[in-house]
Design a binder for this molecule. Structure first.
Ligand SMILES: *Cc1c(COP(=O)(O)O)cnc(C)c1O
Length: 386
């Protein structure tokens, strides 16, 4: 077998060695608990504060508006559940608005609130490119709506939503607006003033930081019930001892991502376009999913008419190509992706979805190999099925 080629950067990224290096001292030498009132604690606290300032600078917010969590899933759960519970406690209403292509961390949390806790929900459809309609969004908001949660960029088809427009409409009506920016982070602008959001989720392992650490940005004045009750860490928003090395790593990774944004974007976009161009020109039954241009620079996704996708993945594995059937969390089941179905693609075609995502280690030679391999495999699989 050939050396495997990684084309699944949307599932996770390798931690940047420069990030690992900044984290190292915080395991052994600087091991103090940032909440302790002695020199060991104070040194760790200073490092956490510096990391918080770095993140706040990139998001254009106050350090006190940054809460460190265990990752994207927790940030999304915290935002959605926290806003819903706080609104109910204040008797403000119980209606939640979201889209049909959210990550499960938002979608299933909204579903649980509706099915088990007496909330109501509107799940907005998307068009064939994966966009939520701004007009439909505005129409869905009622006097009972307390939270809208629409993702910044989709993990399966890469489509970027018009967050500033959507958030402005919610805000005008006094409705809390959350965006899952986990895929957008490290690729798109995270200025919360320009976006106009109240809540925004990040996860470090999607931008070359460590796994198990994330951020929830909470705009000052936003009403939210705490996620984890316990100690008074994070201004009482989230109890639990700070994961100092991971926090340091997240901040370093985010800083590098935005220092190097232009060069990374240019490189990713060129590789992505080489991949999309190659596949569409050489494989007649290939169809791009998501928006042709309004998509993440790193992201390519397709469906292929008349192929058995499980056979394709078996062969791709033999050829050393690591790609994704849908999102990583769903890769084990063969049912069509709900995101691809939401674009209006027929179930049989939706079942053949393939996501290829590039990153800082991807080379043009790898892309060419992937295109050559798919151009060889797909016609053979189509014949087998016919
Ligand atoms: C990966 C991902 C998450 C989950 O983040 P974790 O840190 O892995 O829990 C949430 N939302 C989106 C859009 C993602 O891509």
């Amino acid at each position: 077998m050939t050396t495997p080629i990684y084309l699944d950067y949307s599932a996770t990224t390798p931690t940047d060695p420069r990030v690992v290096e900044t984290m190292m001292p915080y395991f052994v030498e600087e091991f103090g608990n940032p909440s302790s009132n002695h020199i060991f604690g104070k040194r760790a606290e200073a490092a956490v504060n510096a990391a918080r300032q770095t993140v706040a600078d990139i998001l254009n917010c106050r350090p006190s508006e940054i809460v460190f969590t265990s990752g994207g899933t927790e940030s999304d759960n915290f935002a959605v559940r926290g806003a819903a519970w706080a609104a109910r406690k204040r008797g403000q209403g119980t209606h939640l608005v979201t889209s049909s292509i959210e990550h499960g961390a938002v979608g299933k949390t909204v579903a649980q609130l509706a099915e088990e806790q007496g909330f109501t929900r509107t799940v907005l459809p998307v068009d064939s490119c994966g966009h939520v309609s701004v007009a439909e969004f505005a129409d869905a908001l009622t006097s009972e709506t307390v939270l809208a949660s629409i993702m910044y960029a989709n993990n399966e088809v890469g489509t970027i939503q018009p967050i500033p427009e959507l958030a402005a409409i919610a805000r005008e009506r006094g409705i809390t607006f959350h965006t899952d920016a986990v895929q957008a982070a490290g690729q798109l602008d995270l200025d919360v003033e320009r976006l106009g959001v109240d809540l925004l989720s990040l996860s470090a392992h999607k931008f070359y930081g460590p796994k198990g650490i994330g951020v929830l940005y909470i705009r000052r004045g936003t009403k939210l019930s705490p996620s984890q009750t316990g100690g008074s860490q994070e201004d009482g928003w989230r109890g639990g001892t700070h994961a100092t090395p991971l926090i340091i790593g997240l901040a370093k990774a985010l800083e590098l991502a935005y220092d190097e944004l232009d060069s990374r974007t240019a490189q990713n976009q060129a590789l992505r376009d080489r991949l999309i161009g190659g596949i569409l020109s050489r494989i007649p039954n290939a169809q791009l999913t998501g928006h042709p241009t309004d998509r993440l620079p790193s992201h390519a996704s397709f469906v292929f008419a008349n192929i058995d996708v499980r056979k394709l993945f078996t062969k791709l594995e033999l050829k050393g190509i690591a790609a994704s059937a849908a999102s990583a969390c769903k890769a084990k089941n063969a049912t069509p992706s709900s995101v691809v179905l939401a674009l209006g693609i027929e179930p049989e075609l939706a079942g053949s979805s393939l996501r290829l995502t590039v990153g800082t280690h991807t080379t043009a030679a790898e892309i060419d190999y992937a295109v050559d391999t798919l151009a060889e495999l797909i016609p053979a699989l189509s014949l087998e099925l016919a």
